[in-house]
Design a protein around this ligand. Structure first.
Ligand code: SF4
Length: 253
């Protein structure tokens, strides 16, 4: 019998040793991605909203600069585009009710993934997932996208060529590129460096009908992509441009 979602993995975070769970949901109405299979990485024991408040989202987000943290205005801001109180919380609660079967009990994984596209990391950083699971699922599917902010860490190296390195500055881009990553960069509008950092995401072209499902340029192997900052991410980019050194201290110390 088919299900709305499945548990792919339970494990312990390579970042802080806390337990996490990986859940795959089969349908999406996300206009930007299209109807891709969505993969959610969640703290197993603490709901996503409380995990953010307590800092336990580090388990599944690592040192992503979009987590809740102190900014240069002296206030706490979270610049992640995902509202953890919506889909992530709902999926976590459904998981806790035991309503997602283990994928290993799935009748036919090949049929489940055939012709489908996978979005690794609808919430959470997919680099904590067992690389052999990602590899085998990608081989069975039609295509995938994925992004990681953990590209500076050795445990993440297995995903070079599989996920895009998320970059929030030109310096990030240069560093990640030198390690062999294809990058997904968020840039300031009017940034003079953009000509050097890849291809504009086609969804940013006026009147574009592009969706990740049909594009899949962000599969870690094809090219560097950039997107102009808007919404909450824009705050971070302007902040990065103001003081890269201060940001580095906040992130890595
Ligand atoms: S470049 Fe393609 S896959 Fe990447 S975010 Fe844009 S539409 Fe999605």
């Amino acid at each position: 019998m088919s299900s709305n979602g499945y548990v792919l993995q339970r494990g312990f975070s390579p970042i802080n040793g806390e337990p996490f769970v990986v859940i795959m949901t089969m349908k999406s109405s996300n206009k930007k991605t299209g109807n891709m299979i969505q993969v959610w990485i969640l703290h197993e024991d603490v709901n996503p909203v409380d995990a953010i408040k307590t800092g336990l989202d580090q388990t599944i987000c690592g040192d992503c600069p979009h987590r809740l943290r102190l900014h240069s205005d002296g206030k706490l801001h979270r610049t992640c585009y995902v509202n953890a109180g919506q889909a992530p919380l709902s999926i976590w609660r459904t998981y806790k009710k035991g309503l997602y079967p283990d994928i290993n009990n799935c009748v036919n994984l090949d049929a489940l993934l055939s012709g489908r596209h996978i979005r690794w990391g609808a919430y959470g950083d997919p680099s904590v997932i067992d690389p052999s699971i990602v590899k085998s699922f990608n081989e069975k599917s039609e295509g995938h996208t994925g992004y990681t902010h953990q590209w500076r860490h050795a445990f993440c190296d297995a995903f070079i060529g599989v996920f895009q390195a998320s970059c929030d500055s030109f310096g990030d881009y240069l560093e990640a590129s030198s390690k062999g990553w294809k990058c997904f960069s968020v840039v300031n509008k009017g940034d003079t460096n953009v000509a050097n950092i890849g291809k504009l995401c086609p969804t940013e072209v006026p009147n574009s009908q592009a969706k990740c499902q049909s594009c899949t340029l962000c599969d870690g192997s094809k090219t560097d992509i950039f997107i102009p900052a808007h919404g909450t991410g824009g705050k971070l980019v302007s902040y990065v441009s103001q003081d890269v050194h201060e940001l580095s201290e906040l992130l890595f110390n």
